[in-house]
Write a protein that binds this ligand. Structure first.
Ligand code: GLC
Length: 564
């Protein structure tokens, strides 16, 4: 398994461990469950898996609040289980990425506890961003920064000082200007790399360092550089990490950043050859189902990739947004320009037409898997799972739900345990004699179960398997994307090598010229032609006379879509 750019066109499957498969019957997914279900990933044909954080954690933000970076949380198994999982995954041809959370830890991390017991000005306090408050008695936070999860980014300690938390109050930010924090994370990297892990997804990779002197954010929010994010000093950290990654020969380790920065120029240094390998390209994920908007996102993602020399990492789903089937099944909001708070916009509520959403999601993944670069899939999207929007209030756990006082649903609805077996108790997720799953799956999840879909050639799962397994044969790895002029503005059309991808984004049902129809190698739906909200992959080598000879404007009647 050596190839130092395996990631450049990989399909990576994101495992939200607590919801994947429960091996020990405590109602929470774990490493044992994942191990027994690795075959699902192999059958899908993915190249790697990314595990959300599974280190010791009080689970206030389900693992993004870490109390011990050097050990697996007992709920998920042991460090030996992780080592076994990695070995088994490698045997089966899968790389394994972990999730690194360097911006903040948990209030239960021993360092934070030590800091609380240590005097103001002590080294133990230096590891966090602790400050006196403002106003009489220091009763006001040190500045006006807001937490991403809502409310002030500061919480007051019993001794009167305040600590910074960019997210939940249970997640104190590290002070990255402190040398011991830097040394600590270098040890963390070496520890997991030494156990065979192939790389890390870096959480909030534009965070870590905050502006010195902690300036207030102007009331109108207009700043060239937000003081909480994307500070220039973060780059020397990544340069050090990359040096560590390169120490592993012949198979250097890999980093992908979750980076929310403004524009290509801000991204540039993160993707310099001596920093991170890739950044998630969220441009497509945040767009409505609209041909111009999607084409614009593809163009900008590709332009960035070309300019920065780092292959794009496309994605439509993750554990932080509503599932794509539901997003595309809502009324598409085209009025807004690219939304300001992109993630919040991807968690909109409102009525959902699931049939429409499903057709669009199937077409969208054909677009995604035809693009140059790598693709990150989120568990359950291969089953076409919709967002569970009606979880009872009392089972919701997301800090976003809690901190917004229920105004925002948050992210629990995309984290519901996977349905494995339609007729099994608890849908085969966990042992029926054990504890109930940590989030209840609705009854209708049975219709999406893996076993049912595996027997149905028209299922989401069957489509995903065909596409993931077949994509490299249709679209030669490394081949550049070339747009094809299509007369219908609702159709995205491009080739890569001999592969042609056509996506009808909300247009009228269209026929396909017979010479194209007979060269179709994959399609998102069952109808012939290129009906509304569908996509096809075509092998142009099988088109007599090649693409130039194709009449795009097929007279209606000829080759008209036949609904199966
Ligand atoms: C990232 C994670 C999200 C987490 C947050 C705080 O955005 O993807 O799940 O809550 O960081 O760590």
């Amino acid at each position: 398994m050596t190839n130092d750019s395996w990631w450049s066109d990989a399909v990576v499957y994101q495992v939200y461990l607590r919801s994947f498969a429960d091996g020990d019957g405590d109602g929470v997914g774990d490493l044992a469950g994942l191990r027994t279900r690795l075959g699902h990933l192999v059958d899908l044909g993915v190249d790697a898996l990314w595990l959300n954080p599974c280190y010791v954690s009080p689970q206030r933000d389900h693992g993004y609040d870490i109390a011990d970076y050097f050990a697996i949380d007992p709920t998920y198994g042991t460090t030996d289980d992780l080592v076994d999982l990695v070995a088994e995954a490698h045997r089966r041809g899968l790389r394994v990425l972990l999730d690194l959370v360097p911006n903040h830890c948990s209030t239960e991390h021993p360092w934070f506890r030590e800091a609380l017991g240590a005097p103001v000005g002590s080294q133990q306090r230096e590891r966090f961003v602790l400050r006196d408050g403002r106003g009489p008695g220091g009763a006001l936070p040190p500045n006006n920064w807001q937490s991403v999860f809502g409310g002030p980014a500061w919480t007051r300690l019993a001794d009167g000082q305040w600590y910074l938390h960019s997210f939940d109050a249970s997640q104190p930010d590290f002070n990255w200007r402190d040398a011991s924090v830097r040394a600590y994370f270098e040890d963390v990297l070496r520890f997991w790399f030494g156990l065979g892990v192939d790389g890390f997804r870096i959480d909030v990779a534009h965070g870590l360092v905050v502006a010195e002197h902690l300036p207030d954010l102007p009331a109108d929010g207009a700043v060239d550089r937000h003081p909480m994010w994307d500070q220039p000093e973060v780059h020397e950290i990544y340069r050090t990490w990359r040096r560590i990654a390169q120490e592993y020969r012949p198979d250097p380790k890999y980093f992908i950043g979750e980076l929310w920065v403004d524009g290509t120029e801000r991204l540039r240094p993160y993707l310099a050859p001596d920093e991170l390998h890739q950044a998630f390209c969220f441009d497509l994920l945040v767009q409505p189902w609209d041909a111009d908007r999607l084409a614009g996102a593809v163009r900008s993602g590709l332009a960035t990739a070309d300019e920065l020399g780092a292959p794009a990492a496309w994605t439509l789903n993750n554990h932080d947004v509503h599932r794509v089937v539901s997003r595309y099944g809502q009324v598409q909001d085209l009025s807004a320009p690219d939304p300001q708070d992109l993630l919040a916009a991807a968690r909109r509520t409102g009525p959902v037409d699931l049939a429409v959403g499903a057709a669009r999601a199937r077409a969208a993944v054909m677009l995604l898997l035809a693009l140059p670069g790598s693709v990150y899939l989120y568990q359950g999207e291969e089953l076409g799972l919709p967002e569970v929007l009606d979880l009872p209030d009392d089972v919701r756990q997301d800090p976003i739900w809690v901190r917004s006082g229920g105004r925002e649903l948050g992210r629990d609805g995309c984290r519901v345990p996977l349905p494995w077996r339609a007729d099994a108790p608890r849908l085969g997720f966990s042992d029926p004699t054990g504890a109930a799953p940590w989030l209840p799956a609705p009854d209708w999840f049975a219709g999406y179960a893996v076993d049912r879909q595996a027997r149905d050639d028209g299922s989401f799962l069957a489509l995903y398997r065909r596409l993931v397994r077949g994509r490299r044969e249709v679209f030669a790895p490394g081949a550049p994307l070339r747009w094809v002029d299509h007369p219908d503005p609702a159709v995205l059309a491009f080739t890569r090598g001999a592969g042609l991808c056509l996506v009808n984004v909300g247009g009228d049902d269209l026929p396909l010229a017979p010479e194209l129809e007979q060269a179709v190698v994959a399609r998102s739906g069952t109808a012939g032609g290129l009906v509304r909200d569908s996509a096809v992959w075509i092998d142009t080598a099988r088109v007599p006379g090649g693409l130039r000879s194709v009449a795009w404007d097929v007279p209606s009647g000829a080759g008209a879509p036949a609904r199966a």
